[in-house]
Design a protein around this ligand. Sequence first.
Ligand code: NAG
Ligand code: NAG
Ligand code: NAG
Length: 220
Amino acid sequence: MNHQQEGVVVSLGSLVSSHYHGVYETNDGPPPRPFRILVRAFIGACIFIGVLALLIWFIYRPRTIQVAVATATLARFDLVNTTSINPVLSYNLTAVLSVSNPNRRVSIYYDQLQAAGLYQEERFGRAALPVSFQGTRHADAVPALLVGNTSMEFGDSGVAAFNDYRRAGVFPVDLWVDGVVRYKFGELMTTTASTLTVKCHLALKLMVASGWVECTVIDS
Ligand SMILES: *[C@@H]1O[C@H](CO)[C@@H](O)[C@H](O)[C@H]1NC(C)=O
Ligand SMILES: *[C@@H]1O[C@H](CO)[C@@H](O)[C@H](O)[C@H]1NC(C)=O
Ligand SMILES: *[C@@H]1O[C@H](CO)[C@@H](O)[C@H](O)[C@H]1NC(C)=O
């Protein structure tokens, strides 16, 4: 969101400097009085507009989307032996995510929103999340279901680690939520699309529903 502020400042600066050039190149002696007044008025107006833009930005600046895992259950998490070299992870992860827009003045369009499971940095499963728009101060409970079989690229050490986790009874599984969002300011303006990336660290026991886990917004 910061690049918008920079945009305002940069264009303001180049406007002012190009005006100065125009004045000094076309006149040899000191510029006549009405001209100087005009220049000052112009610079004053530019500064005023700049400050106003900054002020509006600070008042309406959107607060970050908040994401949490309300509950998650691993019904299945198994390495199955196949004829292929890589072991296949067979999984069934059901989760309910809480996605909320904390803003009082800004609504949010979710052009895309999806969840993916991650185990040992490798992705297993992906699910589109059914949210497309959130009004101000609104939270949704969003279901995510990851079921399937994925070939994992880890070798024997990965299999050994998996068996250790199985023995301990807790699997470190992450949920990544990513999407493309736009912020809508009242009826007037909608920002261009920006990406949203959220990471949720989970430690899941088989067949035991997890409690509430806050997620970290990495990029918004
Ligand atoms: C996945 O697990 C849920 C219970 O958490 C169960 O209701 C559902 O049938 C399972 N789906 C598959 C495809 O095994
Ligand atoms: C697959 O089977 C082989 C031999 O039967 C065994 O050594 C290996 O540990 C098994 N792999 C998994 C992931 O169970
Ligand atoms: C995954 O593989 C298991 C057998 O290893 C099978 O029972 C199950 O139906 C498969 N699940 C999906 C979603 O393909």
